[in-house]
Ligand binder design. Structure first.
Ligand code: KG4
Ligand code: ZN
Length: 318
């Protein structure tokens, strides 16, 4: 069994995953409330909170298992907030070292893709994967459980970032994706005509729609409150439409037999409903968690004791 840790952003998470992809334990401590008053994640605050939470979260994940059952430790090495990543990496190194266990460094994006490889219904590659989170928006041609080609990405904001910034403009607080999702259900998605960027190739751009929302909010002035739900619904419709159009177009061109959707934005109800042909990651595994890191670790070469002590984290995609 694998004990996995994830601390790349504002979730402190630990999970126990079996070699066959069985999810034995999955604990996520969200720091969202802590960061809400700042309107976004404050890196230094996140690092300090990870430090407080990491051992309690690991202990809880091991409630039904003991370290004797664990034969390797997996951890997110990057990309993410460097201080936050280092807390998880150091904790994972310490646990692995004390038990002379191997350590499996996992790329966070690999983790999101691997949220599809867990029991009871693991998805078999090849498939086209839309990865849409707070930090990334990408189309991946996934060939095996550990190999893919990036065929498109965002030129500016990530889709989740667009949701979060939009929520901020609407006064919905942080994190904003789920708040827009909820409010949009009460609004008219055709009330405002927000543009969807049309780029050549398979890339995304969300800065235009964000600016359009900003202008609409300014223009409304005092009427904002009564139009908030319409704005949320129209804004969400524009983002989802861009994601769905790009993904379907890429699937056609690549003749992809199957489509999958992962990452925090894959939790969006309109996106899930608008791509009924796609396999979406289980709801609980869309936003950051350690189960997906443990799942990915099954397909990554472990680093033997004690060679991993020199491993460093990385902040940006490599
Ligand atoms: O994957 P994730 O937890 O973290 C990153 O790796 O970035 O994704 C977080 C992002 C946030 O931007 C959040 O607003 C967005 O996912 N999100 C949603 C929903 N739930 C979370 N966006 C739209 N609709 C949702 N229901
Ligand atoms: Zn993520």
């Amino acid at each position: 069994m694998i004990l996995a840790l994830e601390t790349s952003c504002d979730e402190t998470a630990a999970a126990v995953v079996g070699d066959g992809g069985e999810l034995v334990a999955n604990v996520v401590a969200s720091q969202a409330e802590l960061h809400a008053r700042y309107g976004g994640v404050v890196p230094e605050v996140a690092s300090r909170r990870h430090l407080e939470l990491v051992l309690p979260v690991v202990r809880e994940a091991l409630a039904d298992a003991t370290l004797d059952d664990i034969d390797r430790i997996a951890v997110t090495r990057g990309p993410g907030l460097i201080g936050a990543l280092l807390v998880g990496l150091q904790a994972a190194k310490a646990i692995a070292w004390s038990r002379k266990l191997p350590l499996v460094p996992v790329d966070h994006l690999h983790g999101h893709v691997a949220s599809l490889f867990l029991q009871p219904e693991p998805l078999e590659p090849p498939f086209l994967c839309l990865l849409a989170s707070g930090g990334h928006t990408m189309l991946l041609d996934v060939r095996t459980q550990s190999q893919w080609t990036v065929i498109g990405s965002t030129l500016d904001d990530a889709a989740g970032e667009a949701f979060d910034k939009g929520a901020r403009l609407l006064g919905l607080g942080y994190p904003g994706g789920a708040a827009i999702d909820r409010l949009a259900r009460e609004g008219d998605p055709d009330a405002f005509d927000f543009p969807v960027a049309r780029l050549d190739g398979h890339d995304f751009s969300f800065s235009g729609v964000k600016t359009a929302l900003l202008y609409a909010v300014r223009e409304l002035g005092d009427e904002l409150a009564e139009r908030r739900a319409d704005l949320a619904a129209s804004y969400q419709r524009a983002i989802v439409r861009a994601l769905v159009e790009r993904t379907r177009q890429a699937a056609d061109e690549l003749r992809a037999g199957r489509i999958a959707v992962v990452g925090g934005v894959a939790a969006n109800s309109e996106l899930r409903a608008s791509l009924p042909e796609a396999t979406a990651a289980p709801l609980a595994l869309c936003t950051d968690n350690a189960a997906m890191i443990g799942s990915a670790a099954r397909f990554v070469e472990p680093v033997a004791y004690p060679g991993y002590l020199a491993l460093d984290a990385y902040a940006s995609s490599r």
